[in-house]
Design a protein around this ligand. Structure first.
Ligand code: NDP
Length: 306
């Protein structure tokens, strides 16, 4: 029986599981509702060190899983629905299987990008629709793209995308932006960014890849089409902390608070890694690094208990 549960199967979860397995503490990984995590929604990954030709997001995750399996990690396709962190061993209740007890838990459940909820947006995800400019911006050299959102993420993504795209249309549903003044000023000073305020995206056009979007004026209701090849969502992320609600310290947006420079959460024996505790960097490689930290912290903590 595994003593440790790793919740989540993104780069943070797999790296934690790999380190634990190689320390003779092979965990049980609950893969969650999106096995492989957010990287499975992207195509080419060119910024993960060690793969000079790049590789596909889903393939990277399959490789991580195989590496964990090689050293003894076991996997459950289930997702954790509720937890009792009030006493040890901790009790985890999966959606389908029986409740199980664990001495320690690594939470690596990630964050989910928010989407608009349009059918064609979902269909064209990874084919012109993206929620990560850092991951996918490079593929839009000299092309026209749009970014949706009025917060700091949208400003940052729009500004970043002007390194590649010939034009970036920033679409926001209201007249006023939510972003901080400094980020707004930077975006407004960039002559490749055009602001389309008081508009929302109502459809994404294209068969195999994005060829345009349909926008609607939120004041007049008037609709029109814009030809472009990329649509980036910058409308925020939601950390996947629902099952832990109230039992662990989070910030006001729901991200788990870790003790600075570590993966220790407010509950001894519960560690957090990856995007569930990081609203700032959100990269596969930073998630992997924090997964390693969580495994080392967890291993040392268990040793101290014995
Ligand atoms: P925010 O919640 O700040 O902004 C989300 C934006 O998306 C809002 O403008 C919102 O519109 C819009 N939006 C939400 N849902 C929809 C929808 N369904 N359709 C259309 N528009 C929608 O999220 P961010 O990710 O921008 O920022 C999160 C936090 O991270 C903030 O505290 C931010 O300051 C911080 N951050 C800091 C950065 C930096 O300093 N470098 C970079 C990125 C983020 P509306 O305004 O109408 O609600």
């Amino acid at each position: 029986m595994a003593r440790i549960a790793v919740l989540g199967s993104g780069p943070a979860g797999f790296t934690a599981a790999l380190y634990l397995s190689r320390a003779n503490l092979p965990p049980l990984m609950f893969e969650g509702v999106e096995p492989g995590g957010q990287l499975t929604t992207t195509t080419d990954v060119d910024n993960f060190p060690g793969f000079p030709e790049g590789l596909m997001g889903p393939e990277l995750m399959e490789r991580m899983k195989a590496q964990c399996a090689r050293f003894g990690t076991t996997f459950s396709a289930d997702t954790i629905e509720s937890v009792d962190l009030s006493k040890r061993p901790f009790v985890l209740k999966p959606a389908y299987g029986e409740a199980q007890e664990f001495d320690a838990i690594i939470i690596a459940t990630g964050a989910s990008a928010r989407y608009l909820g349009l059918d064609n947006e979902k269909r064209l995800l990874g084919h012109g629709v993206s929620a990560c400019a850092t991951c996918d911006g490079f593929f839009f050299q000299q092309q026209e793209v749009a970014v949706v959102g009025g917060g700091d993420t949208a400003m940052e993504e729009a500004t970043f995308l002007t390194k590649f795209a010939s034009k970036v249309t920033l679409i926001h549903r209201r007249k006023d932006l939510r972003a901080s003044k400094i980020m707004q000023d930077r975006a407004r000073a960039n002559n490749r960014i055009e602001f389309l305020l008081e508009h929302k995206v109502v459809d994404v056009l294209g068969e195999d890849s994005v060829t345009g979007i349909r926008v609607q004026n939120t004041v007049t209701g008037e609709e029109r089409d814009i030809a472009l090849t990329g649509l980036f969502l910058g409308i925020g992320h939601t950390p996947n902390t629902q099952p832990f609600g109230g039992q662990i310290d989070t910030d006001k947006s729901g991200y788990i608070n870790c003790k600075p420079g570590s993966s220790y959460t407010s509950v001894p024996g519960v560690f957090a890694a990856g995007d569930v505790q990081d609203s700032e960097y959100r990269q596969a490689i930073t998630a992997a690094g924090s997964g390693c930290m969580a495994a080392l912290d967890c291993e040392r903590w268990l040793e101290d208990q014995e």
